[in-house]
Design a protein around this ligand. Structure first.
Ligand code: UTP
Length: 293
């Protein structure tokens, strides 16, 4: 069986939680430190050994793909201005990975977005999916942790995090068997009521999918919120074989909400060698106590 080489990055949502910033600017191009959110996702996938990205884009989101295209004119201008370091940074983005795109004309749900990428990954035994709304920080790329489980079990793999009861109904939630951290998933339910949640293990935005999941998505009908849910496709795929869940190590930082994005910026910037001193000085000037670096 061949290795997983492709990551699907759904980026066709409307980003309503960032309006008005996202009226013309795709949410995935909002910067976190010096690079857009989507580049963090692609870098995680590349660090996990993946070599091709399929971006699912909505109308007017061409800028997301353009970010990964070569820009010879800019490179030349930077070289002529003696800015060799920046020139290398710009060139490296286009060399990160090969990028294909597919359109999702309307944001009908994550399941629909992933299904539309299906034709570009036909014949591949397994495919990674990464939602760029969460940035991973930790010892080993999260997708690499899921790929470890995939290589052993050869079935769909989902990323799981324990979640407090008051927040559980915002997520897909699984029922599991086994002691963990690698579980056998026995059921999946999207955004359950707090009392109906089958466990405190919530689905986070990283997956390894197999052809059985793409087949199930073909007949998945709208579920929670009227959207075609990837969780429901995975639930149907349970009939075709096992699904495994990994309680991962490391942390996902939320950049899909304004509050989460600001917290992520502060956390990453305050500990960044280049930006840290200025950020800590800004926090001190605002009268906020900070732990000295
Ligand atoms: P979200 O629901 O968090 O993103 O989807 P959104 O719809 O852009 O956010 P709000 O609620 O309007 O602020 C998680 C990921 O799935 C993608 C989004 O682009 C995001 O990366 N997505 C979601 C799609 O590609 N298509 C969809 O139909 C829905």
């Amino acid at each position: 069986m061949g290795a997983v080489t492709t990551v699907i990055i759904p980026a066709a949502g409307r980003g309503t939680r960032f309006l008005p910033a996202t009226k013309a600017l795709p949410k995935e191009l909002i910067p976190v430190l010096d690079r857009p959110v989507v580049q963090w996702g692609v870098e995680e996938a590349v660090a996990a050994g993946l070599r091709r990205a399929v971006l699912v884009l909505g109308p007017g989101k061409d800028g997301v793909a353009a970010h990964f295209a070569p820009d010879r004119e800019l490179e030349e201008a930077l070289a002529q201005a003696g800015r060799a370091e920046l020139e290398a940074v710009v060139r490296a983005i286009a060399e990160l990975t090969s990028v294909d795109t597919v359109e999702q004309p309307e944001p009908l749900g994550l399941g629909d977005a992933v299904r539309r990428a299906g034709e570009l990954v036909r014949g591949e035994p397994g495919v990674a999916v990464l939602l760029p709304d969460d940035l991973y920080v930790g010892p080993r790329p999260l997708l690499a942790q899921l790929l470890d489980a995939y290589r052993i079990h050869r079935c769909p793999v989902v990323a799981l995090r324990r979640c407090p009861p008051e927040a559980i109904s915002r997520y897909g939630v699984v029922a599991v068997e086994g002691p963990g951290p690698v579980f056998r998933v026995t059921d999946l339910v999207e955004k359950p009521a707090r009392e109906a949640a089958p466990s405190d293990l919530a689905l986070m935005g990283r997956y390894i999918l197999t052809p059985a999941v793409f087949a199930a998505l073909e007949t998945t009908t709208p579920g929670a919120g009227g959207e075609i849910q990837l969780t429901d496709g995975l639930r149907s795929a349970l009939a075709a074989g096992p699904v495994v869940g990994v309680e991962y190590q490391g942390t996902l930082l939320d950049v899909g909400t304004l509050e989460g994005w600001i917290q992520t910026l502060v956390q990453l910037a305050a500990t960044d060698p280049r930006l840290g001193p200025a950020v800590r000085e800004g926090l001190r000037a605002a009268g906020l106590a900070v732990v000295p670096a």
